[in-house]
Design a protein. Structure first.
Length: 325
């Protein structure tokens, strides 16, 4: 993440801090995490494996360099994810109240107020993030900055096409001198209609969402649990059957031990369910909301439900097969 990208990400997330402080905290966090990793390997190599001191020192030094690069990358990745999520939530908060705010601005303009006063007096505490941003714009205007420049800087802090369009139309209306109140009111109405259309589209794809959720959280865990129980049963059956050497060659198939251990298959099943649940939650978010960020909150739910269903199915099928066998 370069300097300008980090500065822009911090502004979008609403953090009132310096870029150098953020970079310093990320570096310190990576160092602390790497120290813990190094201590673990020192303990393992010197106490558990009983390696010589020289071998332990060289190995830990190599691991320190490689692990530090990896940990530093993961820390920056985690920071980017946090900043992106906070910027997304701020954008959603602004877009949710933007139509109501624009309608109040249009009403103030019809009452004879100037544009800056109409923007200021339309602020309500329930507007949250938008109210704070308009206060910042008002302070910039009172210190002598151009209203259009302040509004453009405000819109630049959000990756929102709706906000950019509203601010662009507002500035163009001020420069053209047309009926600004009517333009703003039409923009607010268009935003509301767009949101209603988005909800209707999300309702139309609800069947696909239910299908994906049921397949990931219920069907896949049950099938994997069934496969593991069949693998366990097959391993027990083949291990309990002993045929004479002359008879083994006359059978239609060779009765050999199962090459896949049930423990290894269980590890594979848990890993597969975790990865599948992760991407399925993001896929459902894209289908419903059109953004990946809205699916982050579904990831723990999908993974937890899938693993619980897998554990329950494993016990139930194990008991049923044990009774039958």
């Amino acid at each position: 993440m370069n300097e300008q990208t980090l500065i822009h990400a911090i502004e979008r997330a609403g953090w009132h801090t310096d870029r150098l402080k953020v970079s310093k905290r990320v570096f310190i966090s990576a160092v602390y995490a790497n120290v813990l990793v190094a201590l673990y390997f020192v303990y393992r190599f010197s106490v558990v494996e009983h390696y010589p001191l020289t071998t332990t020192a060289i190995t830990v030094a190599i691991i320190w360099i490689v692990a530090f690069m990896l940990v530093l990358f993961l820390c920056w990745l985690a920071l980017y994810v946090v900043l992106d999520l906070q910027a997304y939530h701020r954008r959603i908060n602004v877009e949710d109240v933007l139509p109501d705010y624009l309608q109040l601005v249009a009403a103030n303009l019809r009452a004879g107020m100037t544009v800056d006063r109409a923007l200021w007096y339309a602020v309500r505490p329930r507007f949250g993030v938008l109210a704070d941003e308009i206060q910042v714009v008002a302070k910039q205007v009172m210190t002598g900055e151009n209203l259009g420049t302040a509004l453009r800087a405000f819109a630049h802090r959000y990756d929102s096409p709706l906000l950019h369009r509203a601010v662009s139309l507002l500035i163009e209306g001020m420069e053209a001198g047309g009926d600004l109140a009517d333009i703003i009111n039409k923009v607010a109405t268009t935003i509301q209609e767009t949101r209603i259309l988005g909800k209707e589209m999300a309702a139309n794809v609800l069947t696909y969402v239910i299908f994906i959720g049921a397949a990931v959280m219920f069907a896949a865990p049950v099938l994997l649990a069934l496969a593991q129980q069949l693998l366990t049963t097959l391993a027990l059956v083949t291990s309990s059957i002993s045929l004479p050497p002359g008879v083994q060659g006359t059978t239609l198939f060779a009765l050999t031990s199962v090459s896949i251990k049930p423990e290894d298959f269980q590890t594979f099943a848990i890993l597969m369910l975790t990865i599948t649940s992760f991407f399925s939650a993001l896929m459902i978010a894209i289908i419903q909301k059109g953004t990946v960020q809205s699916g982050i909150k579904y990831i723990p739910l999908f993974i937890t439900v899938a693993l619980i269903v897998y554990a329950i199915a494993l016990n139930v099928l194990g008991s049923a097969i044990h009774v039958l066998v």
